[in-house]
Design a protein around this ligand. Structure first.
Ligand code: GLN
Length: 231
């Protein structure tokens, strides 16, 4: 399955979050350490970030492996943001492999990544109409956007109830807030004086990383990080 990472805090370069750490998302695209489903994340990647003074995020996605993007490697050290979300993808069997199926998905204000899978039959038909792609994650994102991010935990609980085999690790950002759920896969938090990282797995050996228990909702704001049980 996919791996994702997000940052909220002092401005930092995309490279310092996505490319440079010893077990960065780039390394996780070919050698993830904690991935439970799939072995490599070579079916595309995406990142989104907020530029100063802009309410809407910028987004760069691709259907090719992150390790092959020399252009991103060149630009990423030169772009900094206080809120960044990025993902690498291992496509679920049967899902399209094109740019529109790569996270993060957006409604113009929020960015959202899904690490997992869900039976599209349990999602409302309106989600399929609104989605950026027929991919299960895009349809789940459309449902979350339509319901509102304040109800993220309720949506995950509801969808998880209707598809017991679903894995629903979601990661969302709106420039001032990060939200994440654990539902079947791993997630870790790193809180530092400069800001907070949420990541599918730790990207370095910093002893401050903590693991989020399964079936939880994590909220990160400038005021701190909270954890809420979803069971
Ligand atoms: N189901 C999603 C897809 O096909 C996400 C897959 C994943 O988490 N690896 O893209």
């Amino acid at each position: 399955m996919c791996r994702h990472v997000a940052w909220l805090g002092e401005p930092r370069s995309l490279a310092s979050l996505v490319l440079e750490p010893p077990a960065s998302l780039l390394v996780q695209s070919y050698a993830p350490r904690r991935q439970r489903h799939g072995t490599v994340n070579a079916d595309g990647w995406g990142t989104g970030w907020w530029a100063p003074g802009r309410a809407e995020p910028a987004r760069w996605r691709s259907a090719t492996p992150l390790w092959g993007s020399a252009s991103f490697a060149s630009v990423a050290p030169a772009v900094s943001s206080s809120c960044v979300l990025a993902a690498v993808r291992s496509a679920t069997v049967g899902m399209p492999v094109d740019e529109s199926a790569a996270a993060p998905f957006t409604d113009g204000r929020w960015l959202l990544s899904h690490n997992g899978r869900v039976d599209r039959a349990v999602l409302p038909p309106a989600a399929a109409v609104a989605a950026e792609s027929v991919c299960d994650s895009a349809q789940l994102a459309a449902l979350v956007f339509a319901t509102g991010l304040d109800a993220l935990g309720e949506v995950v609980r509801d969808v998880g109830g209707r598809d017991p085999a679903a894995r629903l690790n979601l990661l969302a950002a709106d420039g001032t807030r990060l939200l994440a759920t654990t539902w079947g896969d791993t997630l870790s938090v790193l809180e530092t004086p400069q800001g907070t990282v949420l990541a599918s797995e730790p990207f370095d050996d910093d002893p401050r990383w903590t693991d989020v228990p399964d079936r939880h909702l994590v909220t990160v704001t400038a005021h701190g990080t909270t954890l809420e049980s979803l069971s």
